[in-house]
Design a protein around this ligand. Structure first.
Ligand SMILES: [Cu+2]
Length: 119
């Protein structure tokens, strides 16, 4: 019984965080993308990461693919990960084994930003 209550509390806390995260957007577009898949993809096109924010499970991989006509990189704002130069069609994969939020950018076009949240 006690265990059940703890679970309910954790679930409730999670919902509260989700709701708080959604209040910033006033348009009817869906909230943050959350993926439970072990393999996740982010496309790089038109000088942007798509999706720019992605929430994944701990231990999952994210593969970035350069679908743009120019070179890009995927570099964590922290020292967590850093891709080599990605030519058109190149991919870079990183496995996230620690929870947290990982903001990243393209080192060539620093206005290109994204974030991976690991839960
Ligand atoms: Cu770039």
């Amino acid at each position: 019984m006690k265990k059940y209550h703890m679970l309910a509390l954790v679930a409730l806390a999670g919902v509260t965080v989700m709701v708080a995260g959604c209040t910033s957007s006033s348009n009817p577009t869906p909230g943050p993308v959350t993926s439970t898949a072990s393999q996740n993809s982010v496309s790089i096109q038109n000088y942007a990461f798509s999706p720019s924010t992605l929430t994944i499970q701990k231990g999952a991989n994210v593969t970035w693919k350069n679908d743009d006509s120019v070179q890009h990189t995927v570099v964590s704002d922290s020292p967590a990960f850093s891709s080599p130069l990605l030519n058109t069609g190149d991919t870079y994969t990183f496995q996230f084994n620690s929870t947290g939020t990982y903001p990243y950018h393209c080192s060539i076009h620093t206005y290109m930003t994204g974030a991976i949240t690991v839960v």
